[in-house]
Design a protein around this ligand. Structure first.
Ligand code: SF4
Length: 380
């Protein structure tokens, strides 16, 4: 079993592809797969395609041919994360509760704060990460809707990340066995499985994700690059705080390749100070500033991998070539621009999920199912 948290693949990972084939070949199991935003802009590289080629449709076709019962999208989980995280940001702002709020989609950085800054453990958002939220909804709402026994559902996550393997095994996320992700594989492992299945990836036609956990917005796609999570959260928080549609959906001031970025975003009469750090060395500087009272941010996004998940440790190797990262990043923003709906709170399937099952965002059931806690751990 792989329990590593290395975000940069400096250590050798253990493949879990056999477990996935075993589940697919078990007639008693209902096996569903979800794919993270960054996977679709890098998977093609494993089949000789140009970096930054968007292969979403081919990837869905390949997963269907491999035998998954349903092919869904972690982007749905990302939109759900934004519903909760934007609500949490507004709650903290209105009630003068702990600020800044730190996004916590990245399990490597969460582990880092637990060990290195235990005194700041109350600061991250309590939202589960998108693929874990997805796993929870798959084994509750989706299971009920389809008359399935959650114990017979196997959720497979395809991630750009090795740390997600360890995240899915965290005790607070696995205490309820039918409430989580079962197997995590990386982009590289998915590439290996497509090759094992003898599928000619480049020649595949496109297919659409299945419903109801496959609909997503442009806001969720940009989770794949540094700065994207906080931009997605602000698209929703802005409209909720002002009650008015955004004049511009793209927050250019939050975008860039620098390891640390600071920006002020005006929402109505309020000016929100935003920080973005990618790479743990940069995260350390920002966290030291917060701990020592030198920073007055309202919200911060931290990603362990420089550039975010597009450069994750489970992606095709980029050997430090920044051009590759740049192309993947451009592809992510292009996907966002192509989407008809670009704000998480306008995702129809998400709205249906709240209406028919969860109730209010940040409400009682949402808290029970979609939020978690972190532990102070020994300094290492
Ligand atoms: Fe994983 Fe993304 Fe964090 Fe890298 S930035 S460790 S790929 S979640």
């Amino acid at each position: 079993q792989c329990v590593m948290v290395c975000p940069t693949a400096a250590l050798t990972e253990v493949y879990h592809t056999d477990k996935v084939w075993e589940a697919i070949n078990d007639p008693d199991k209902h096996v569903i797969v979800q794919t993270a935003p960054a996977v679709r802009v890098a998977l093609g590289e494993l089949f000789g395609m140009e970096a930054g080629t968007v292969v979403t449709g081919k990837m869905v076709t390949a997963l269907k041919r491999m035998g998954f019962d349903e092919v869904f999208d972690t982007d749905f989980g990302a939109d759900l994360t934004i519903m909760e995280e934007a609500s949490e940001l507004i709650y903290r702002l209105k009630n003068n509760k702990t600020l800044p709020i730190l996004t916590n989609c990245c399990p490597a950085w969460v582990k880092f704060i637990e060990h290195q800054f235990p005194e700041l453990i109350h600061v991250p958002s309590t939202c589960k990460s998108p693929h874990i939220m997805f796993g929870t909804i798959a084994k509750t709402y989706y299971a009920e809707k389809n008359g399935l026994d959650p114990d017979n559902i196997v959720v497979v996550s395809v991630m750009p990340c090795i740390a997600k393997k360890a995240e899915a095994k965290r005790p607070e996320l696995t205490k309820d066995a039918h409430n989580n992700v079962d197997i995590v594989i990386t982009t590289r492992e998915l590439g290996a499985m497509i090759k094992e299945a003898g599928i000619e990836f480049v020649k595949l036609p496109d297919s659409e994700f299945d419903s109801p956990l496959g609909e997503s917005t442009g806001a969720s796609v940009i989770f794949g690059t540094a700065g994207g999570v906080i931009e997605a959260a602000l698209r929703t928080a802005s409209e909720w705080m002002t009650g008015k549609p955004l004049d511009r959906v793209e927050f250019e001031e939050l975008r860039g390749m620098e390891g640390v970025r600071r920006a002020t975003v005006k929402i109505g009469d309020q000016e929100l100070k935003i920080g973005i750090a990618s790479g743990l060395g940069n995260a350390r500087h920002i966290l030291e500033d917060i701990r020592d009272g030198r920073a007055d941010y309202h919200a911060i996004e931290i990603m362990a991998c420089p550039g975010g998940c597009i450069a994750g440790g489970g992606q095709p190797y980029h050997h430090g070539n920044h051009e590759i990262i740049k192309k993947r990043r451009e592809a992510i923003y292009e996907e966002d621009r192509r989407k008809k709906v670009r704000k998480s709170h306008e995702n129809k399937e998400i709205l249906e999920l709240y209406k028919n099952y969860l109730g209010e965002p940040f409400g009682k059931l949402a808290h029970e199912l979609l939020h978690t806690h972190f532990e102070e751990r020994e300094r290492i």
